[in-house]
Design a protein around this ligand. Structure first.
Ligand code: ADP
Ligand code: MG
Length: 378
C-alpha cells in the first residue's frame, strides 16, 4: 500500500488503515427497527493509505474502481450533486470526509485497496467508510470514540450516499473483536462481545456469494423500511422493536403485507437474543435451527430472499449442514451456512452442483473466521 500510494501521489502516506467487512449471524432488517443484530468481523476488508492535504480537497483512488475523484471537503451532500455513475463509488469516502469535517478533520489523499467482494452483502461500503474515517481521525489527531464514529460513518452513508442503512455495518467494522460476535442494540448503540468461535466447536461457517448482485441503493430496501415505519405508526410504537405482544399486533394490522413484515422483524429480534443465549451457553452447533428459522422468515414473511439463496440453503441442509440463511438486505448477495467442519467439503460440493444443475454462475465460498475490527496497520 505504501509503495502504491507513493507512486500514485508522489509522496509517502501518513499511514495505512484497514477496516473489515462483516457477516451478520442473525437479526436481519432489525437494525433500522431499533432492534438487535449479531454481526462478526471477517478477516477480509478495505485498506486505505492516506495523507493529509491542505488545499481543502479529498482525492480518492481505488484499485477496484477506474475513476479517481477529487472533490472539495466542504461541499454539500454528494447525493445532491448528482455525480455520474463512474464517480458514484467515491461518495463513500468523500461523504465520510464531509461528515467528519465538522469534527475537525480536513482534506486528504486516499488510496484504497480491498479483498472484499463488493455488493455481496459483506458490507464493503461500511468497510470503506470506516477505514476512511479512522484514517482521517488519526491524520488530524481527532479523537472520537468508536461507537460515535460508527454513527458518523452511518450518517455519511445516509446523507451523503443517500442509502438509508442502519447502524450495524459500521458498528461491526469498528467494534468487533476476534473470536466474538457483537450483540448490538441498534437503539442505544450499546454493544457487548459474545463468544463465537466456530472452529473451536468443530464447526465451519461458510459464506457463499450467490453471485446474484443487489443494486447499490435498491428501491426494495427503502420500501421495506417504509413498510416497517408504517406498521410501527399504525401500532402506536416508536419502532417495531417496541412490539410487546406479537399476536395482538398482528390482529391490529389489517394489511397482510404489513402483518408479514412485523412478524419477521419481531421474531428475528427474539432469535438474536436466543442465539446469544446459545452462544453464552457453549451450544454453538444449535445455532443451525435459528439460522433456518430466520431464513424461512426472510423468505416468506419479509419476502427478500432470491432463488440462488433458497437453493443454497436447501442444498446445504440436504448435505448435512446444521443450518443456513440469506444475509444482507436481500434480492442478491450472500448466504451463510453452519456445518460440522468434517462435512464442509460435502456441503460445498452439494451447493456447487445445485448451481451447475440450474445453469447458474458458480458460487464463491469463503470460510469465515470471527476477526478483529478496524485498526491502523502502519
Ligand atoms: P456491500 O456493502 O454489501 O458490499 P453496497 O452496495 O452497500 O454493498 O456497497 C458497495 C459499493 O461500495 C460499491 O458499489 C462501491 O461503490 C463501493 N465500494 C466498496 N468497496 C470499494 C472499493 N474497494 N473501491 C471502490 N469502491 C468500493
Ligand atoms: Mg453496504
Amino acid at each position: 500500500m505504501i509503495e502504491a500510494f507513493t507512486e500514485a501521489f508522489g509522496h509517502a502516506p501518513g499511514g495505512v488503515w484497514r477496516a473489515p467487512g462483516r457477516v451478520n449471524l442473525i437479526g436481519e432488517h432489525t437494525d433500522y427497527n431499533d432492534g438487535f443484530v449479531l454481526p462478526f468481523a471477517l478477516s477480509r476488508g478495505v485498506s486505505v493509505a492516506a495523507a493529509r492535504r491542505d488545499d481543502g480537497m479529498v482525492e480518492v483512488r481505488s484499485r477496484q474502481a477506474g475513476t479517481a475523484v477529487t472533490a472539495p471537503v466542504d461541499g454539500g451532500t454528494v447525493v445532491s450533486e448528482n455525480w455520474p455513475p463512474d464517480r458514484a463509488w467515491a461518495a463513500y469516502p468523500v461523504g465520510v470526509a464531509r461528515v467528519l469535517r465538522e469534527h475537525g478533520t480536513g482534506g486528504a489523499s486516499l488510496l484504497i485497496d480491498s479483498d472484499l467482494p463488493q455488493g455481496a452483502g459483506l458490507s464493503s461500503s461500511a468497510a470503506l467508510e470506516c477505514a476512511t474515517a479512522l484514517a482521517l481521525c488519526d491524520l488530524y489527531g481527532v479523537e472520537i470514540d468508536r461507537p460515535a464514529l460508527a454513527r458518523l460513518a452511518q450518517r455519511a452513508e445516509n446523507e451523503q450516499v443517500g442509502m438509508p442503512c442502519g447502524l450495524m455495518d459500521q458498528s461491526a467494522s469498528l467494534l468487533c473483536t476476534p473470536g466474538h460476535a457483537l450483540m448490538l442494540d441498534c437503539r442505544s448503540g450499546l454493544s457487548s462481545q459474545v463468544p463465537f468461535d466456530p472452529a473451536a466447536a468443530g464447526m465451519t461457517l461458510l459464506v457463499i456469494d450467490t453471485r446474484a448482485s443487489h443494486a447499490l441503493t435498491g428501491g426494495d430496501y427503502g420500501r421495506r423500511r417504509a413498510e416497517c415505519e408504517e406498521a410501527a405508526s399504525l401500532l402506536g410504537v416508536k419502532a417495531l422493536r417496541d412490539v410487546r405482544d406479537l399476536a395482538a399486533a398482528l390482529e391490529t394490522l389489517g394489511d397482510p403485507v404489513l402483518r408479514r413484515r412485523v412478524q419477521h422483524v419481531v421474531t428475528d429480534d427474539h432469535r438474536v437474543e436466543a442465539t446469544v443465549g446459545l452462544l453464552r451457553a457453549g451450544a454453538l452447533p444449535e445455532l443451525g435451527a435459528m439460522l433456518n428459522a430466520s431464513h424461512l422468515s426472510l423468505r416468506d414473511q419479509f419476502e427478500v430472499s432470491w432463488p440462488e439463496a433458497d437453493a443454497t440453503v436447501d442444498a446445504a441442509l440436504r448435505a448435512g449442514a446444521r443450518g443456513g440463511r440469506m444475509i444482507g438486505g436481500g434480492f442478491g448477495g450472500s448466504v451463510i451456512v453452519l456445518t460440522p467442519a468434517d462435512r464442509a467439503q460435502r456441503v460445498r460440493d452439494a451447493i456447487a452442483s445445485a448451481y451447475a444443475q440450474r445453469g447458474w454462475t458458480a458460487p464463491e465460498f469463503l470460510e469465515a473466521t470471527p476477526s478483529e475490527g478496524a485498526r491502523r496497520l502502519s
